[in-house]
Design a protein around this ligand. Structure first.
Ligand code: LMR
Length: 400
């Protein structure tokens, strides 16, 4: 009965890892998926995460009962404080509802399903380009996806005027997806002044912000600085949605830990919204898993562990920044034609190199370097050992 099923293509990001795993060359480097690696090229489990897990294992009072549909209460409270700020008036006014979801993707999907059922405007504007999964998540939830200009290939920076023009032309009430920081795939973020202009424009048109916050702490190494865009939109008293992920900043990738927060006008609305979120979640996966959220809650509620986490997080962010500098310096030393300063100007996990699909496939074929076909490289996958190899490959790709 399934003989007619057509083979689907691999995922444009996760499929890169599938191809990498099949390659037997000792030279191979995976710069596809955004997953942090150490200088030795190994995945990293943070010390503070190991300690939290140990504490959880040792606590014999813990049981494996179902969590509520909305997840672990402590986790939700702390997650909201992390993104909005512990002193946030919106939290004090109880106008925010937060539910535990399956990492960033799950949080986006629950938010989108809620909007499709309970919000009049079904068009969501997403940046051009954006994370490859965004259009699929929103379309399958029943929203209609449109793009706003974001990246200018000529400057390898933000097309700020294009962004403003496109949002100004959007219908009143439309939903707008914003990357809270460390835009994926471009590594290009608006400045605080630009965020303020975006905020004013969106509020004046009644556009609804939906933030994707997958890299809090990874852009600057500072959790508060990386939450500034979101906080500006909450401080003005208006509504917004925020999808949070702990995949990168706590290295909890496979634990699938995240949260969706919806800031509402007041407490009454927020409790009604939460009641409807439960109706979205229950038929999908009933209630979320307990382990990862317990790790996060353990760390966020203990001052010492929290501080330890920020130190480890900063070390990851700093290593990525130093990879940018090393790659840039190596390419300068090679005399690679072109301006490569965007490598050090862009922020977060990725560099949007400007290499085209043909150049990328050349680098994979000849140098065993794996990256997404849009020219994005995960800086977190690089090390001092692999930088010269990557620089050679990029040099060869642009000079052939
Ligand atoms: C990425 O963009 O590489 C990450 O967000 C991982 C993913 O799920 O695509």
């Amino acid at each position: 009965v399934f003989a007619h099923v057509v083979r689907a293509p691999e995922d444009p990001i996760l499929g890169v890892t599938v191809a990498y795993n099949k390659d037997t060359s000792p030279m191979k480097v995976n710069l596809g998926v955004g997953a942090y690696r150490t200088e030795e090229g190994k995945p990293l489990v943070l010390n503070v995460v190991r300690r939290a897990e140990q504490m959880l294992v040792n606590d014999t009072s813990r049981v494996k009962e179902y969590l509520p549909i909305t997840g672990l209460a402590d986790f939700n409270k702390r997650s909201a404080e992390l993104i909005f700020g512990a002193e946030s008036p919106a939290l004090q006014e109880n106008r925010v509802t937060t539910v535990q979801c399956l990492s960033g993707t799950g949080s986006l999907r629950i938010g989108a399903e809620f909007l499709a059922r309970h919000y009049d405007e079904h068009t969501i504007y997403i940046p051009q380009p954006t994370w490859g999964n965004h259009p699929k998540v929103f379309t399958l939830a029943g929203l209609s996806v449109k793009y706003y200009r974001y990246y200018d290939p000529a400057t390898r920076g933000l097309d700020f005027q294009g962004l403003l023009d496109d949002l100004a032309a959007a219908p009143a009430g439309a939903i707008v997806l914003l990357h809270a920081c460390a835009h994926n795939p471009t590594g290009v973020d608006p400045t605080i002044d630009q965020w303020e202009k975006i905020r004013q424009l969106m509020r004046s048109k009644g556009l609804l912000p939906f933030f994707d916050s997958a890299y809090q702490g990874f852009a600057s190494g500072n959790l508060d600085a990386d939450a500034q865009s979101v906080r500006m939109f909450v401080a003005d008293g208006g509504e917004c949605l925020v999808a949070q992920s702990y995949a990168k900043n706590m290295g909890l990738y496979g634990e699938r830990v995240g949260a969706l927060s919806i800031a509402c006008k007041d407490r009454d609305v927020s409790s009604k919204v939460e009641s409807q979120l439960k109706l979205v979640i229950r038929p999908m996966y009933s209630n979320p898993p307990i382990h990862g959220a317990s790790i996060v809650a353990t760390i966020l509620k203990d001052r010492k562990m929290y501080d330890e986490w920020t130190v480890e997080l900063k070390a990851m962010a700093d290593r990525i920044i130093s990879m940018r500098q090393q790659l840039f310096d190596t390419m300068q030393a090679r005399g690679t034609p072109g301006d490569w300063s965007h490598i050090i100007k862009q922020i977060g996990m990725f560099t949007f190199t400007g290499l085209n699909a043909e150049q990328v496939s050349f680098m994979t074929r000849e140098y065993h370097i794996y990256m997404t076909s849009d020219g994005r490289i995960s800086m977190a996958g690089l090390s001092s050992r692999t930088v010269p190899h990557l620089a050679d490959a990029m040099h060869a790709a642009v000079t052939r």
